[in-house]
Structure formats: C-alpha cells, structure tokens
Write a protein that binds this ligand. Structure first.
Ligand code: HEC
Length: 238
C-alpha cells in the first residue's frame, strides 16, 4: 500500500513539474523589447513627476504584490509566471509595451471571483496601483529608474509621501484578510499604530531586533528620511 502511495504521489509531482514547465514555453520572446543595458541599477536621472519608473515603483509593487512565496516568486512560478525582475516580468508576464489593456498581468487584476489576482485572502490592487502599472506599460514598459534630486524630507505629508511608499513597497504583503506577520498597513490609522510602537522605523532602517522591510532590500535613503521625519513630526494625517 505504502509503495503504491509513494509511486502515485511521485507521479502527481512529475505531472505538476511537466505542466508548469510547459507553461513556461508558450511565450513568444520576440514580442518583447530587449532591456536597455545599464538601466537596472538606480540611475541619476532626475525623477519626472509624469513618468512611472520601473525600478522605483513597478518592481516594488510587483515584488510585494505578486512575487511572494506560493505565488509568482522564482521558486513557485505559478503558471510559469515569475514577477521578480524586469526580464522575467516582461517575458512571463507577457507585457505588451504601449498596450496596458492587452497585457495579461493587468487584465487579471480586475477579473472577478477566483480569477482575480492577487487572489483572496490577499487584497486586490488599489485603483492607484493599477493605474501606475498601466501608465508604466503605456509609457513603453521601460527598464528605467530615477533619483529624487533635492529629496525633501521636511514637512512630509502622509498622503503625498508616506502613503505612496507604503502602497508600492509594503501593501501587497500587509493587507487583505491575513496580512504578513499579522501587521496591517492598509491606511493611515494602521500605519500610525505601527509607527507609534517603533516598529515602522525599526524595520525600514534594519535596526537590531527588527526584520528588514521590505524583505527584498532597503527603501531609498530619501524614502527612509521622509518616513523618519513624518514620525518625528507626530505622524500627522496630512
Ligand atoms: C514580500 C512580503 C513583504 C513585504 C513587501 C513587506 N513585508 Fe513586512 N513582513 C512580512 C512578513 C512575512 C513578516 C513577518 C515575519 C517577519 O517579521 O520577518 C513581516 C513583518 C513586518 C513587521 C513586524 C516585524 C517586526 O520586526 O516588528 C512590520 C512592522 C512590517 N513587516 C512592516 C513592513 C513595511 C513598513 C513594509 C514596507 C516598507 C513591509 N513590511 C514590506 C512580509 C513583507
């Protein structure tokens, strides 16, 4: 009996491996542009407020919302889709530069029921997250990045500075019905609570006793400075 069980579970695993491998091959690589070499590292290009930059906004968004264990990280690669870095996002996510509405990873964000991504209990993307992804694709889905020159970390507004950072880099894991670590960061009061305990600054600065957040790597110095000053100013809801 035991031997039969072992053989049949082996076959199931084999079938799963074959199915997921076949998913990975039904993509036409000629559909995507080659990445611009040198653009993957943070660049010295000054951030243009009308442009959505891959490295600054889209990568953190897809990493926290989709490239998590059990979903579209390298190890799981559900349906052959891996949303960890630019090339894999472009190829396996079937991104159509200039055509957000024709792009698979955009369409699934607004599907209904079980087809919606990220699936329940994870929260749906917010309208503004969807908008950023669409804008980036419609602007050519470039492998671009920018630097905030003259980073303004004084008088930081929650709505215009703190929330967009959380929305790009944290919300994917810290929202929905079972947020990671039991920590919800879905709006002002959640975030003010985690700021008051010292955890928010602890995790983003990788202070001892805290886990570094986001786990994939530190926020920029500008972003950390903005959150630090917002906390220093008494976490205003401004
Ligand atoms: C890819 C998923 C993921 C992303 C993105 C992410 N977190 Fe977490 N976070 C976790 C997990 C998992 C835990 C629980 C395990 C742990 O503590 O390491 C956690 C724990 C925490 C904790 C409690 C841990 C402690 O040491 O007090 C805080 C606070 C937190 N995250 C804040 C953030 C903030 C702020 C961001 C964005 C800047 C963020 N997280 C981004 C997955 C994530």
């Amino acid at each position: 009996m035991k031997a039969i069980k072992t053989i049949s579970s082996g076959l199931i695993i084999l079938a799963m491996v074959v199915t997921s491998a076949s998913c990975k091959h039904d993509i036409d690589p000629s559909d995507i542009p080659s990445p611009t070499p040198g653009d993957t590292v943070p660049s010295q290009v000054k951030c243009d407020p009308d442009t959505i930059y891959f490295l600054n906004e889209i990568k953190p968004l897809l990493n926290s919302g989709c490239a998590v264990s059990g979903c579209h990280d390298e190890a799981t690669a559900e349906e052959g889709i891996i949303l960890t870095d630019y090339n894999k996002i472009m190829i396996t996510g079937k991104v159509r530069p200039g055509n957000a509405d024709g792009t698979k990873i955009v369409k699934v964000l607004t599907e209904s029921g079980e087809d919606r991504m990220p699936p329940s209990p994870r929260a749906a993307f917010t309208a503004s997250q969807i908008n950023k992804l669409k804008t980036w694709i419609n602007q050519g889905a470039l492998n671009n990045s920018c630097t905030e020159m003259n980073c303004d970390s004084t008088n930081v507004s929650f709505a215009s500075k703190v929330w967009p950072i959380i929305e790009s880099s944290c919300l994917g894991c810290h929202s929905g019905a079972s947020p990671s670590g039991g920590i919800r960061l879905a709006g002002y009061s959640d975030i003010a609570t985690v700021a008051a305990t010292g955890q928010l600054l602890g995790v983003i600065t990788d202070a001892s006793g805290y886990s570094l957040m986001p786990p994939s790597g530190k926020l920029s110095d500008c972003q950390i400075g903005q959150i630090r000053n917002w906390i220093k100013n008494g976490t205003p809801n401004n």
